[in-house]
Design a protein around this ligand. Structure first.
Ligand code: ZN
Length: 287
């Protein structure tokens, strides 16, 4: 097998799943279930002029570039959401290669695909929260289900312990609750809810809502402890930096709420891909 063929196939497949996610995100309405499939049937059409799209107008990213981001019939600008979600989904399908470990082949492949499912949920959660300031319960429950999947995989493969099973690596040993994988993930869920709940009480619900609380619980169960604490800390740092930027730019008045869900998702990604390096840097500076 030609080595680059696998990533190329994965990426192309991801682009196609991405165009499906675009439809899921655009046709979401708060009053019905996020997974109600009825509104997903029917052929894709221009949101502006209603013209049914031909197959060559449905090619992920390519059609957007060829048409220079406009509808072929009415020339209305197409949302940048289309190529962004498609490209991100393409990247998501490359992540099993990132998690692949030749010494734990089967386990690392299972873990890789579990995270693909989680990342797809992250993407839809961030997009729906961005548009509607709502995080659908179904998606939080999906993350909880993946949390059970992680517990099962770690128990079957014995990959949980004081120094493993956390994106904080050996730093996880500093935070406790690492003798039992099930206890660890339940503690993660409870502490996630308590942290965000405390902030909602202190800020009287101006910064975050019940959706963020449920997301923190679901992610706490998926990531366990201390990952959920670190993840939320990264989310608050990123959210504050963005908040200050917005106020300085006066793009929004202070009373306008900014959806926090996307920052929680970014916090999760920061933990997963940079957590260990950032902790390493922190302890090298402050100890
Ligand atoms: Zn049109």
């Amino acid at each position: 097998m030609i080595p680059w063929l696998i990533p190329a196939y994965l990426f192309a497949f991801g682009l196609c799943i991405g165009s499906f996610l675009n439809v899921v995100i655009l046709r979401y309405r708060p009053e019905r279930s996020a997974f109600a499939l009825t509104p997903l049937t029917g052929r894709s059409h221009c949101m502006s002029c209603g013209k049914t799209l031909a197959w060559y107008e449905l090619l992920p990213v390519v059609s957007f570039l060829v048409q220079r981001g406009r509808c072929r019939s009415c020339k209305t600008r197409l949302s940048l959401q289309y190529p962004i979600v498609e490209l991100l989904t393409g990247l998501i399908f490359l992540t099993p290669l990132y998690f692949y470990d030749p010494f734990m082949r089967i386990y690392s492949i299972e873990v890789g695909w579990l995270w693909v499912l989680a990342f797809l949920a992250f993407l839809v959660i961030a997009a729906i929260d961005y548009y509607w300031m709502i995080i659908p319960d179904e998606l939080n429950l999906f993350l909880v289900a993946l949390g059970f999947g992680r517990i099962a995989l770690q128990q079957m493969n014995g990959t949980f312990g004081v120094f493993t099973g956390s994106f904080a690596g050996s730093f996880a040993a500093l935070f406790g609750f690492r003798s039992d994988v099930v206890v660890n993930h339940f503690i993660g869920a409870i502490l996630g809810i308590l942290f965000v709940g405390a902030i909602i009480l202190v800020t009287r619900g101006r910064g975050m809502g019940v959706g963020d609380l449920k997301l923190a619980g679901a992610l706490g169960f998926l990531f366990g402890w201390p990952d959920i604490g670190l993840l939320l800390m990264f989310a608050f740092i990123l959210g504050s930096v963005y908040g200050v930027y917005v106020i300085l730019m006066r793009a929004k008045k202070m009373k306008d709420a900014i959806p926090f869900g996307p920052f929680i998702i970014l916090g999760a990604l920061t933990l997963m891909f940079y957590g260990k390096s950032l902790l390493d840097l922190y302890f090298r500076i402050f100890s």
